[in-house]
Design a protein around this ligand. Structure first.
Ligand SMILES: [Zn+2]
Length: 395
């Protein structure tokens, strides 16, 4: 059901992560979030970091906020996105070991930045039945939501990537059984999150669109099976809250994982079958070429377009953002269009200031279209000329 995006025309958001403040040195490690929050230094740094992330989004003028993925540790390439669930769910070994991983091994030999990411795969194996364990997503979401009146989105990685990341498996007979067990466990955790009041949950990176891009199934999982995995992971949730499906073409260390720009076209029919209220598409860094096909096929869900490139430091101009939204509106009605970044901006490499101004550009660009359509504009405090420190005299 629509909750966070209900009643707002052309709502703006980001996918999730933001660049970590340099002073935020606390890390969770294997501790649970609630255990770590007993430590006054961790609690202070964590709450201050979440607060800083929320203030950046509020002053930019975003409608839907995130906690900036502040719960993740500072790991190479943003590996914590994968390692956090594996080190906090039940059923896993207490210590990690270097995990062999075939996907990407040929494409990223030593000397490529993503080889560091492969080397950072020191992850635990499965020793017994998996369960939500100490994920504590509801607690993390509550810490963010009690710091802002705006709706806070909470995101999580999907089970197929987790199942492919384990060092070994002593319990499940094959990767498909392992993936479905993880789907069931994450589903239980997300019901708790929805019951706590989270107004939008984002499921991150189903490998559905990667199947045609790679020219082969994800292990034993083809597009049909990957849709089933997605739908099992979110079963029952749309009756409680809004569900987004996030897709992009890669983000470890802010890198695209393919050399060439990819297209969503071969996979849109399959993506349309996910049990979600909205699907996000990388349409800034990959260009607007898929918008027509997206508009033709994704007709029963909201479409979230990326207007901000998470790979580059060049801050988009509001008129560029407006042009992309205008192009999208030729194919997707305004009532179903949501504005976002292509992916998270916090997986190494971007400064907080770059991310902040990208968000401001997103809001100002969206305001251009809101004005054209006679819709209420968002106030971007960060762009309010009354508070400029420099008296400017245009020539
Ligand atoms: Zn992404």
């Amino acid at each position: 059901m629509f909750k966070a995006s209900a009643g707002v025309m052309l709502p703006t958001s980001i996918i999730g992560s933001l660049p970590r403040p340099g002073w935020y040195t606390a890390n969770l490690g294997a501790q649970s979030f609630l255990e770590a929050m007993v430590n006054s230094r961790y609690r202070e740094q964590y709450e201050d970091a979440v607060s800083a992330f929320l203030r950046m989004q509020e002053t930019a003028g975003l409608d839907i906020c995130t906690n900036g993925d502040a719960h993740y540790d500072e790991q190479v390439g943003g590996m914590s996105w994968q390692s956090y669930p594996l080190t906090h769910m039940d059923g896993f070994a207490a210590t990690g070991r270097p995990a062999a991983y075939r996907v990407g091994a040929a494409a990223y030999p030593r000397g490529h930045i993503l080889h560091d990411f492969l080397e950072a795969r020191v992850l635990p194996g499965i020793e017994g039945p998996v369960g939500p364990g100490r994920l504590q997503y509801a607690a993390m979401w509550k810490v963010a939501q009690r710091l802002t009146q705006r709706p806070v989105k909470f995101g999580t990685i999907l089970p197929e990537l987790l199942a492919a990341s384990v060092a070994y498996d002593k319990h499940y007979k094959d990767p498909v059984e392992r993936t479905m067990a993880l789907a069931e466990a994450i589903n239980r955790e997300l019901h708790e999150l929805a019951d706590a009041g989270c107004p939008v949950i984002q499921m991150e990176e189903p490998q559905i669109h990667m199947v045609p891009a790679r020219g082969k199934a994800f292990g034993k999982l083809g597009e049909t099976e990957l849709v089933e995995v997605f739908n099992a992971t979110v079963r029952g949730l749309r009756a409680k809250t809004e569900i987004w499906c996030h897709t992009c073409w890669g983000n470890p260390a802010q890198q695209r994982i393919f050399r060439d720009v990819q297209s969503y076209r071969p996979t849109l029919e399959a993506l349309n079958k996910v049990d979600a209220d909205a699907i996000t598409f990388e349409t800034c860094s990959s260009g607007p070429g898929d918008l027509e096909a997206i508009g033709q096929i994704i007709t029963g869900k909201k479409v979230v377009i990326g207007v901000i490139d998470h790979h580059t430091l060049q801050v988009e101009r509001p008129d560029q953002v407006a042009d992309l939204i205008r192009a999208a509106l030729k194919h997707i009605p305004a009532e179903r269009l949501v504005i976002s970044s292509d992916c998270g901006m916090g997986r190494e490499g971007m400064s907080r200031r770059h991310a902040a101004y990208k968000m401001v550009a997103m809001v100002l660009g969206t305001n251009v279209l809101r004005k054209e359509l006679g819709l209420p504009e968002a106030h971007s405090l960060a762009a309010d000329a009354r508070y400029s420190l420099t008296l400017t005299q245009p020539d």
